[in-house]
Design a protein around this ligand. Structure first.
Ligand code: AMP
Length: 184
């Protein structure tokens, strides 16, 4: 199913700003602030996502810190379901579950509150972030959701860097939807 029109895809792609060598040399940072400050584009994107996810009987949308909060919270509101933040280590105040994942050099860790899904068994959860690159963050977030007894129905990313194969790897565990694929 086509989630957004070809025209909206083009407009969204044009709205994203490339920042070379940020946060370190060799990385081209995909800056979505120029998408989210464009009211008509943002509204069209969230409405398209709402239409697509409306009949999936979701209970929660879980967003990955920090830009996953922007899209995740708006979509949760549009779908009339709860929002769950998945945060970097040490940011959540209550008891957490945590999951480490490897980076190019070293490790990082994401956390979720143990009562994130309000003790609802088999809660149906959509995972969302702005971008998937290697997929390490999303894979760890997926494990956290399922470790609490919830079902991660699908993962959604506004941007995908297909060359890094993260979406491809993650799709072995669950359905992955990407809105814009950005090749080199
Ligand atoms: P990964 O775990 O490699 O899939 O990285 C995904 C996470 O890092 C997401 O939360 C993204 O927001 C962020 N990220 C990775 N690469 C980029 C990039 N080139 N531009 C913007 N954000 C990125």
């Amino acid at each position: 199913m086509q989630i957004i029109s070809e025209q909206l895809k083009k407009d969204l792609l044009h709205s994203i700003r490339d920042i070379p060598d940020y946060p370190k040399p060799g990385i081209v940072f995909k800056d979505i602030t120029t998408l989210v400050n464009n009211a008509p584009l943002l509204t069209k994107l969230i409405e398209s996502l709402k239409q697509y996810y409306d009949n999936m009987n979701l209970d929660f949308v879980a967003g990955i810190e920090a830009r996953g909060f922007i899209f995740g919270a708006m979509l949760a509101y549009a779908l009339n379901v709860g929002f769950v933040p998945i945060r970097k280590k040490g940011k959540l105040p209550f008891t957490t579950m945590s999951e480490k994942y490897s980076l190019e050099y070293g490790f990082d860790e994401v956390e979720i509150h143990i009562d994130a899904f309000r003790e609802k068994q088999n809660a149906r959860v959509l995972l969302i972030d702005d971008l998937i690159a290697t997929g390490g963050t999303a894979q760890a977030a997926f494990k956290l959701i399922e470790s609490l007894g919830a079902k991660c129905i699908e993962a959604c990313f506004i941007l995908n860097l297909p060359d890094l194969q993260g979406a491809q790897k993650l799709s072995k565990s669950l359905k992955v939807t990407t809105i814009l694929d950005i090749g080199n």
